[in-house]
Design a binder for this molecule. Structure first.
Ligand code: PLP
Length: 440
């Protein structure tokens, strides 16, 4: 029940439909677009892949997150972590908003450069780089890059001796959703040794970086990391370096942003004078909430008569709650799973929540039906929700949708079982500022 007249439907030239809405009712707008799209698909007659899962991306959400960033962290320039979601429209919007980019590979560097971004707005934030990619970075002028070990310094010396290199230090990321310091980052003692070696190799160390872990949960990790970075700045001074750049990495989430930003700002102000340039590499913060995924029910199995898990109205991750449930129980099979866009369940420890994309009445809400939700591959690990309750009896051809599917989803999908990455993205904008910048 959204107002279609608020939508200025047009075409972006590459087959993606664009809707623009000047109102704030983003959720209603997204639901309307989802309903409109699925109404076009008849699973009884459609061609193969026409009923594929698809995304609705609200670029207005990315825009709002950027404004929120500027309000809370005015001194810190974001370099969006492309790995999180390399969606071209997201990169285009962030480029227009003045963001820089954290790239982890040649492909990401080329994608961002291909959209007209100046190489000075890219940091190659991968401390262990492929040699040929390093030579490529030199050829295209992406000079800012991280390192955290002696071998990398020798590699940089041979492939890109003039690079502006940033020493990545270890953090305490034990409270984060995805730990990174088990793999990257020099401890302080090693950092001092690396500065000495860099000086001997006559390399251009320009700054210090860290990452407190993706989905960080402890804001004091930022305070400690900033203090450690300050110590490395002082050490660098002893080796004749005058560092100018602090890179505070990613780890920000939508839910905790203001608390983390306040802690980080305090630490930066305390330890780093205004002439030090401060950047960050946020990924999840920008895109997690901006993408909604719609998936089709391709098969169903009635398991009501089988002995099942104990039934409770407090099902795992359900949007719905009711006082009573039916005795029915089904396994639902969707056309997307953990080998596809739900890769975030495996790699990013997420628990996506299913919602029903069709109208249901109060009676359905009062009597919820028990489901487990599975992906389309032949593997038993391909489960999206082992146990949840949804309103009404869903059938083959019905659609489910999942909000907050914008971070570490599509980018880590595989082609297992021959399922290709052919998922349409319908772009909408619930912010006129974003629409104007993108030329929609
Ligand atoms: N920077 C680096 C070097 C990373 O490895 C990552 C994520 O793995 C990010 C930034 C983005 O982190 P987040 O999405 O938590 O902001």
């Amino acid at each position: 029940n959204y107002d279609k007249n608020n939508l200025l439907a047009n075409n972006h030239g590459d087959g993606k439909s664009i809707h623009v809405d000047n109102g704030p009712a983003a959720n209603q707008l997204i639901k309307g677009v989802l309903l409109e799209q699925v109404a076009r698909i008849n699973t009884d007659t459609c061609d193969p892949d026409e009923e594929n899962a698809f995304y609705v991306a609200d670029l207005g959400e990315v825009y709002r997150q950027h404004m929120r960033w500027k309000t809370n962290l005015p001194r810190i320039k974001p370099f969006y972590a492309v790995k999180c979601n390399p969606d071209t429209e997201v990169i285009r919007l962030l480029a227009a908003l003045g963001s820089g980019f954290d790239c982890a590979s040649k492909a990401e560097i080329d994608q961002v450069l291909g959209l007209g971004v100046d190489p000075s707005r890219i940091i190659y934030a991968q401390p262990c780089k492929t040699k040929s990619y390093l030579r490529h970075a030199a050829n295209v002028g992406v000079s800012q890059m991280t390192f955290d070990n002696a071998d990398e310094l020798h590699k940089i010396k041979s492939c890109y001796p003039n690079a502006e290199i940033v020493l990545r230090i270890l953090t305490d990321d034990s409270a984060s959703l995805c730990r990174l310091s088990t793999k990257f980052g020099a401890d302080l003692e090693t950092a001092a040794d690396l500065l000495r070696l860099a000086r001997n190799l006559e390399l251009n160390v320009v700054g210090v970086s860290f990452h407190v872990g993706s989905g960080a949960a402890d804001p004091s990790a930022f305070s400690k990391a900033v203090t450690d970075a300050k110590w490395v700045f002082d050490q660098a001074n002893l080796h004749g370096y005058d560092l100018k750049l602090l890179d505070v990495g990613g780890g920000f989430t939508d839910e905790t942003f203001e608390v983390f930003a306040a802690k980080l700002s305090d630490a930066v102000e305390e330890h780093f004078p205004p002439h030090i340039r401060v950047i960050a590499e946020p990924g999840r913060y920008y895109t997690a909430n901006a993408f909604t995924l719609a998936t089709n029910v391709i098969a169903r199995r009635d398991v009501s008569s089988l002995p099942s898990t104990p039934r409770s109205a407090n099902s795992n991750g359900s949007e719905y709650s009711a006082t009573s449930t039916t005795e029915k129980s089904y396994m639902l099979y969707l056309n997307d799973g953990v080998y596809g866009n739900f890769s975030n369940i495996i790699f990013d420890h997420q628990h996506p929540t299913a919602q029903v994309l069709r109208s249901y009445g109060a009676a359905d809400m009062d009597k919820l039906v028990e489901y487990s939700i599975w992906g389309p591959t032949c593997d038993g690990i391909d489960v999206i929700s082992e146990h949840c309750y949804l309103p009404g009896t869903l059938d083959i051809g019905d659609w489910l949708f999942f909000e907050n599917m914008g971070a570490y989803t599509k980018c880590s999908a595989t082609r297992f079982n021959g399922f290709k990455d052919v998922h349409e993205t319908i772009y909408i904008s619930s912010e006129p500022g974003a629409s104007a910048l993108l030329g929609y």
